[in-house]
Design a protein around this ligand. Structure first.
Ligand code: AMP
Ligand code: GLY
Length: 419
């Protein structure tokens, strides 16, 4: 089969890499892809934007694509699945209605409320003064969230009333018309991604991301600076609770709203101080960099799972199987990220990383005139596997040491909670 992957991050490189490990996958086309997918054997890039639905449809029809796998939230929120399905093209990823679980915090909160899914208590505001007045009645820290997609910049965890009020003003000032203010939750964060065909839902290995730019989880939020899987905090018992208390009721609530949700249901959870799982957010897609640690451990052929979701046949497949051991990913970023940064720096060391048995999943890179250059904030991630998490983390650090580019920055404490 031939697969079209939409997106250009480390997540999409990992999806293409995993799909191409199967002898049943003849070719992957990435739209638009990155420097890594440009040079991977049997993979090719097509330079279209992720919301050029017409161009993606043409590419899928011309190349006899069996399945389109959508990486990022933006095209899902804009309705790429509805559009392609209308043209009889199979898609892995929810429809526009389903993608609201990520594109509207308020919608997701209401869904959780109706399904009895545990989440932080909240209030919704469409007007600055009312929001500011409400904040005065709350205990800090206070969490302020934009209602729409904000590329990871829509959430402020405010240390005091003034900071929370400034966040409210900034969101309304930047064009958001609705905001959610919610209770601050303490505990440990974990990402549980599940595959669903709208009827059956199967959780993948639990993973932990590191969202902050700085060591010790300090500083600004980023797209994710590193990850590991499986996250030991999610015991078998806790996973069973997550499935029955969160994943299944959420899928049921989606169905009750007439939504046939086929794709990834990604639950961003806080495991609170007494060990209960509480939803911080849902995403409608694979996580980045969680995907870069989950897929290397997956034994079941990925294309079987994704196709079964799009064809509503997930129940027919045997249970998902995993390789033993663990995986860790460390992300290398450009100096200045998540603020302003320079591009076009030459990257070296990929072959050395691969010689050590680790994988490089490229993100903000481009392959230009036979040179691999930086082209984004998060440049690449190095993933290593090992028989234990400690070994996987140590290997990932040994490998990333080989990567060189001007201004390279990475956290040296990925997985620090475990060591
Ligand atoms: P979200 O996009 O909703 O996941 O928020 C981004 C990040 O903000 C999360 O990964 C958490 O680190 C933090 N966060 C969001 N909501 C809360 C909350 N209610 N309590 C504590 N931290 C939160
Ligand atoms: N790793 C966080 C995300 O994908 O949203």
């Amino acid at each position: 089969m031939k697969v079209l992957v939409v997106g250009n991050g480390g997540r999409e490189h990992a999806l293409a890499w995993k799909l191409l490990q199967s002898q049943h996958v003849e070719q992957v086309i990435c739209v638009p892809g990155n420097g890594g997918t440009a040079i991977m054997p049997r993979c090719q890039n097509l330079s279209l934007s992720v919301d050029d639905f017409e161009g993606i449809k043409q590419c899928a029809l011309t190349n006899n694509i069996s399945l389109v796998v959508v990486g990022p939230e933006l095209p899902l929120a804009k309705g790429i699945t509805d559009y392609l399905q209308h043209h009889q093209i199979k898609v892995f990823g929810p429809t526009k209605q389903g993608a609201q679980i990520e594109s509207s915090k308020y919608w997701a909160k209401s869904l959780m409320q109706s399904a009895g899914v545990p989440t932080a208590t909240f209030a919704v505001f469409m007007e600055v003064e009312a929001a500011k007045a409400y904040i005065k009645t709350q205990k800090a820290p206070i969490v302020v969230k934009a209602d729409g997609l904000a590329a990871g910049k829509g959430v402020t965890v405010a240390a005091n009333v003034e900071e929370a009020q400034a966040a409210v003003e900034s969101l309304f000032g930047n064009g958001f018309s609705t905001i959610v203010i919610e209770e601050f939750l303490r505990g440990q964060e974990v990402s549980v991604l599940a595959l669903t065909d709208g009827l059956t839902i199967r959780a993948l290995l639990p993973a932990a991301d590191h969202k902050r730019i700085g060591e010790g989880d300090a500083g600004e939020n980023t797209g994710g600076m590193g990850a590991y899987a499986p996250a030991p905090i999610v015991t078998t018992e806790l996973m069973a609770r997550i499935e029955t208390e969160i994943l299944q009721p959420t899928l049921e609530a989606l169905r009750q709203r007439g939504i046939d949700y086929r794709g990834v249901l990604y639950a961003g959870l806080m495991i609170n101080t007494v060990g209960d799982p509480i939803v911080l957010e849902f995403n409608c897609r694979f996580g980045d960099p969680e995907t870069q640690v989950i897929l290397p451990l997956l034994e079941t052929p990925l294309e079987h799972l994704l196709l079964a979701c799009s064809e509503q046949q997930l129940e027919q497949l045997p249970a998902i199987t995993w390789k033993p051991g663990a995986a860790a990913c460390v992300v290398a970023a450009s100096k200045g990220y998540p603020g302003a940064y320079e591009k076009g720096k030459q990257i070296s060391g990929i072959e050395q990383v691969e010689a050590l048995g680790a994988s490089v999943f490229q993100a903000g890179t481009q392959f230009k005139q036979q040179q691999l250059l930086t082209d984004g904030g998060r440049v690449l991630g190095v993933t290593a596997t090992g028989e234990s998490l400690q070994k996987a983390i140590a290997e990932a650090y040994r490998a990333i040491d080989c990567i060189k580019f001007e201004g390279i920055y990475y956290r040296t404490d990925i997985g620090h909670r475990l060591i």
